[in-house]
Design a protein around this ligand. Structure first.
Ligand code: ATP
Ligand code: MG
Length: 223
């Protein structure tokens, strides 16, 4: 599903709630059918290895190579051997349609779009994801790089059966990822439903968010 909303509406907050990084003051958090509202840290530790998080602006560690970035979590938090970790890193790079030759490069030498894909790879390699949370994974990227990220999200869904929550402002791309949309405003869900309903939704906060997009669609030359 895709989460929309203006800046400050609570998009990043909802992802942090779903991954247990913060606890709700009210309401309930249900993850994979399990009520996690009052879960202890050790209960969260059971479910967190199933949740991959691509953080907003999620920078890579710039003094580490691509391989060290992707393998970071496995190196720090598991007792896997270096050989096993390298195998996971290489498989992850291949899955992300990134060349294995990147493994020894520093992030600085990659394009912004490739860095973003490595960041997704880092999140995927860290866990065996059932759920991926993406916080604005394509912000600032050109349309081709954005497309590559969208394809990654779909490939994870189709090949690894991963459910995703994607926070994005790229409305056109969002329609390629899903037909399930949530719009937040001031910490409240003001819309939850299909794309066609969203485009017709009279709620002023939904309209406020969609109007610039609808205007740009109307401005396109008609075929
Ligand atoms: N732990 C917290 N306690 C209280 N308020 C918080 C907490 N975390 C975030 N907020 C507030 O909640 C609001 C939503 O923040 P959030 O980062 O989720 O917005 P966002 O929709 O992701 O915005 P952006 O598009 O700019 O990234 C902000 O006003 C923020 O200051
Ligand atoms: Mg945010």
């Amino acid at each position: 599903m895709v989460v929309f909303g203006i800046s400050g509406s609570g998009k990043s907050t909802i992802l942090k709630l779903v991954s247990g990084l913060i606890r709700p003051e009210s309401g309930r958090v249900i993850v994979n059918g399990q009520d996690m509202t009052d879960a202890s840290e050790s209960e969260w530790q059971h479910i967190r290895p199933k949740i991959g998080f691509v953080f907003q602006g999620g920078a890579l560690f710039d003094s580490m190579t691509v391989g060290e970035n992707v393998g970071y979590y496995l190196l720090e938090h598991t007792d896997k051997s270096l050989v096993e970790i390298e195998a996971v890193v290489r498989e992850t790079l291949r899955f992300m349609n990134l060349s294995e030759d990147l493994i020894d490069l520093l992030p600085d030498s990659l394009s912004g779009g490739m860095q973003r894909r490595v960041a997704i790879g880092r999140a995927v390699a860290a866990v065996d994801p059932l759920i991926m949370l993406y916080d604005e994974p394509t912000t600032g990227l050109d349309p081709i790089s954005t497309r590559a990220i969208t394809e990654m999200i779909l490939k994870l869904r189709d090949v690894k059966k991963v459910s995703s929550i994607v926070v994005t402002h790229e409305i056109a791309d969002a329609f390629e990822v899903t037909d399930h949309f949530v719009v937040l405003h001031d910490g409240e869900i003001v819309f939850d439903g299909h794309g066609a309903e969203m485009l017709k939704c009279p709620n002023p906060h939904v309209r406020e968010f969609l109007t610039p997009f609808l205007d740009s669609v109307r401005a396109l030359p008609q075929a």
